[in-house]
Design a protein around this ligand. Structure first.
Ligand code: PLP
Length: 383
């Protein structure tokens, strides 16, 4: 009898232990896939991730040249341009620095309307440039009229515009600003970090325009892509101390000669980019933009119904919405509840941490996934 009791006790005890460990392990995040609705890195699809496990090839091999040439051509094809294209193994910040070092000897106008445009100004100063800052209240867009006035009064080699301020969810009028910059003989360098490949952008209207892979391209972090106009390439040839790693001319020469990159690139990410570009070409730029617009409308309608939008009306981003926390909810709690349900959104950026929260609708996400997120948030908030 005692033996039976002991056996029963041991079995129950062990079952209990297994059950407790499962309860701890399953929702712990190590094992659960959190679907990313944050403004980078964004959700990467399984089939794209698989490309990362292909055998690594030598970066000086013919296979690498073929891979890079295909990527080069498909980037030009998708974005409908003959501009110089370069792929750097870096994040977006690398090209914030690289673009300035290549096309600005001294005078640059930095248009600041949020945290990332402010970072770009600091990068210009850190590189010894004579940078002038023109600042807007966070949440506002850059206005073409202001740019015109500034360029009428003073000559600048380049204007730095953050097309989509990810910190505030504001999209500035790139086409108009491009015309004004060019009418005043200034190059336009554009941070399209969170909009390129999601929003409809004519890269031919910028002189340098760049984005990393972990936002609307829906790839893992690690690469950044730059499109460079013939005027910017000509200017780069005249700029002293362009540096080494981000030297556009060296990148160009290496490509022409070998279809390769001077330093060792993140080969595995190139496989993923190559594969993703094929998928993007199948979808098409216009269609990709329409999908982003539809998702943006869904999130913005939800935000207006339940809270408010942080962005100045008429300048709302197509890829990320910043929701004004008008009900003073505990944003961290909302994020925690969503995480427990397998979804991740972002808090506000920097000084907007608890005053706003951000929902990204970029990359390969679909309207159905956005609906699921919004329904889940309704369920949590209306409990
Ligand atoms: C508009 C914008 N610019 C620059 C950056 C910096 O890019 P990265 O983090 O890839 O260096 C970010 C990052 O979120 C961004 O959103």
């Amino acid at each position: 009898m005692l033996k039976f009791f002991k056996f029963f006790y041991n079995v129950s005890y062990n079952y209990f232990r297994i059950l407790i460990s499962l309860l701890i392990i399953i929702p712990s995040g190590d094992n659960m896939h959190l679907k990313l609705f944050i403004p980078g890195p964004t959700e990467v699809r399984e089939d794209v991730l698989k490309m990362l496990s292909k055998p690594v090839i030598g970066h000086r091999s013919k296979d690498m040249s073929d891979l890079y040439e295909r990527i080069h051509n498909n980037l030009q094809k998708f974005f409908n341009t003959n501009y110089e294209v370069e792929v750097f193994t870096t994040s977006g910040t690398g090209l914030m620095e690289g673009s300035i070092r290549n096309v600005v000897q001294s005078k640059i106008l930095n248009l600041i309307n949020g945290s990332f445009s402010d970072r770009w100004y600091k990068i210009a100063l850190a590189n010894g440039k004579d940078a002038k800052a023109f600042e807007y209240e966070w949440g506002k867009a850059v206005k073409p009229g202001d740019v015109e006035n500034l360029l009428e009064k003073e000559k600048f080699e380049a204007v730095a515009l953050t097309h989509n301020e990810t910190s505030t969810g504001v999209r500035s009028p790139f086409d108009e600003i491009s015309k004004i910059a060019h009418d005043h003989d200034a190059l336009l360098i554009v941070d399209a970090v969170s909009s390129l490949a999601g929003d409809l952008i004519d890269v031919n209207k910028a002189d340098v325009i760049f984005a990393p892979t972990q936002k609307s391209f829906a790839l893992p972090p690690g690469l950044a892509i730059a499109f460079i106009s013939p005027a910017a390439m000509e200017k780069a040839k005249t700029v002293k101390d362009r540096g080494y790693f981000f030297d556009f001319i060296a990148m160009h020469d290496y490509y022409v000669e070998k279809k390769q990159i001077p330093a060792t690139p993140a080969v595995s990410l190139f496989y993923a980019l190559d594969y993703q570009l094929e998928k993007m070409l199948k979808e098409g730029m216009e269609q990709r933009y329409n999908r982003h617009k539809e998702m943006a409308r869904m999130v913005q309608d939800w935000a207006k119904k339940n809270f408010d939008l942080f962005a100045e009306p008429g300048y709302e981003s197509v890829t990320v919405t910043t929701v004004k926390n008008t009900k003073n909810i505990n944003v961290e709690n909302l994020r925690k509840e969503l995480r427990a349900r397998g979804m991740e959104i972002s808090n506000g950026y920097g000084k907007l941490k608890e005053k706003t929260f951000r929902i990204a609708h970029m990359g390969d996400l679909t309207p159905a996934e956005i609906k699921e997120l919004l329904d889940t948030m309704d369920e949590i908030l209306n409990r």
